[in-house]
Design a protein around this ligand. Structure first.
Ligand code: LLP
Length: 417
């Protein structure tokens, strides 16, 4: 173990280039490195920003389900937003209690319903027929309902989860049908939920979505509410020149809005948030080695030992991830396509990117690789997923190892009949 030098860049704690280079040297590439101290800072600061006594943060574990990260956040008192039975099982194994987990599945099967119910967690259901099915199987249960707040927001169309074009949530106009179903099956609605989108850069849209939900959250409609869950979607900068959203003032606005709501409702309710990106995105780096350089007529390629199975966001969403040449940070600038080792031309982390001169065997760090990178990974082209390193109090440890080629093939053969 060696000490991780922490630097402060644009107000956030970043792992230093030297430390990341040491990690690459010691553990090999490709590899993910996560800054646990920054994860803790991001989690804790939400409680400073949002002055509400009954604030709960349910970490959206789909962003990064490494057990060491789950445990770290669990020790801080975080809850969990789970979206599949396996996520629930993993959270329970990492020390979370049933009542700390909210289960928000999309397109839940009857089998999943039984499995999750046996695990003892609260369901958050977003479809009329699923409420009906749930009510028939488990009448008299507590339940949370996910509404569509009718606001379109989020980083790109693929991650906008509300508005008319979205498959998610119960329409606000379907309220009376919901109330009938609730009555028919004697359900007790203890929570209301929205999740508007991911990477919402305009906090006013988030506030509007909250307002829309709160309008139907009256004691007449839902007399048994214990909490309102406003979902995730808090954006963080991905580009070095992107400004940080002022979450301190956003948090005050949320608390004021919620305070007025609770006065009218007649009780102080819990205010839940479900951030994923906000907590882990900036903590992560994907380190890769440049395996070859190639100049074709039009383009200069820097090819690496990673690929889109390790970080799919640029390919899937055209997402910008900042990339640093750790080995030559002050080299003269040139323009590169930074590509992976997958047999598809689209396998690029960045195209036409101005970077300090890249040489073969240089180590590159893709930033903001803490959220939706490992967790959206896969084995395409049959290379194992990289190992993961977590730093805490400035010290690093490997929290998940990679597999050898033999182990990878054995695990495939073991599943094949
Ligand atoms: N709650 C629910 C019900 C969600 O579906 C999600 C994300 C979250 C919370 C957390 O959202 P966050 O705070 O992380 O934005 N793969 C995409 C993001 C997809 C988000 C899906 N749902 C990306 O890499 O941008």
């Amino acid at each position: 173990m060696f000490r991780a030098a922490l630097g402060y860049l644009s107000g956030a704690m970043h792992l230093s280039n030297e430390f990341l280079l040491q990690c690459a040297k010691r553990y090999g590439t490709p590899i993910y490195v996560y800054n646990g101290d920054l994860i803790l800072q991001r989690y804790r600061e939400l409680f400073e920003f949002i002055p509400w006594p009954k604030l709960r943060v349910l970490y959206a574990m789909k962003a990064n389900y490494n057990p060491a990260i789950l445990t770290l956040l669990g020790e801080q008192g975080a809850g969990i937003d789970a979206v599949s039975p396996a996520e629930i099982v993993l959270a329970l194994k990492c020390g979370y209690q049933e009542n700390q987990i909210l289960f928000t599945a999309n397109n839940l099967t009857a089998r999943e319903m039984h499995v999750a119910h046996a695990l003892g967690v609260l369901f958050n259901i977003d479809t009329l027929s699923t409420i009906d099915r749930f009510g028939r199987i488990f009448p008299g249960s507590d339940l949370c309902l996910r509404f569509n707040p009718n606001v379109v927001a989020g980083d790109n169309a693929k991650v906008q989860t509300a508005g008319e074009a979205s498959k998610f949530g119960i329409l606000l106009s379907e309220l009376s049908t919901v109330k009938n179903l609730v009555k028919t099956h004697d359900l007790r609605i203890v929570g209301l939920h929205i999740h508007t989108g991911s990477g919402i850069k305009n906090p006013r849209k988030s506030l509007k979505a909250m307002q829309n939900l709160l309008e139907i959250a009256t004691p007449e409609n839902f007399p048994d509410l214990q909490f309102i869950d406003f979902g995730g979607g808090l954006a963080v900068p991905y580009h070095p020149e992107e400004e940080r959203i002022d979450y301190a003032s956003f948090g005050k606005n949320i608390a004021a809005l919620f305070g007025t709501f609770c006065e009218n409702y007649g009780r102080e309710l819990g205010l839940y948030l479900e951030p994923g990106k906000y907590i882990v995105a900036e903590s992560g780096y994907l380190l890769m080695e440049v395996t070859s350089l190639k100049n074709n007529q039009e383009r200069r390629f820097a090819n690496t030992d990673s690929g889109f199975p390790h970080l799919i966001r640029p390919v899937l969403y055209d997402a910008y991830h900042h990339i640093v040449n750790l080995s030559n940070p002050h080299g003269s600038l040139r323009t590169y396509d930074i590509c992976g080792n997958i047999c598809e031309s689209g396998d690029c982390f960045a195209s036409g990117r101005s970077m300090p001169k890249i040489r073969e065997e240089d180590i590159l760090a893709v930033q903001n690789a803490g959220a939706y990178c490992y967790s959206m990974g896969g084995l395409y082209n049959l290379r194992a997923m990289p190992a993961e390193i977590l730093t805490l109090n400035g010290k690093e440890r490997m929290v998940r190892r990679s597999s050898s080629e033999e182990e990878l093939v054995e695990s495939i053969l073991a599943e094949c009949l």
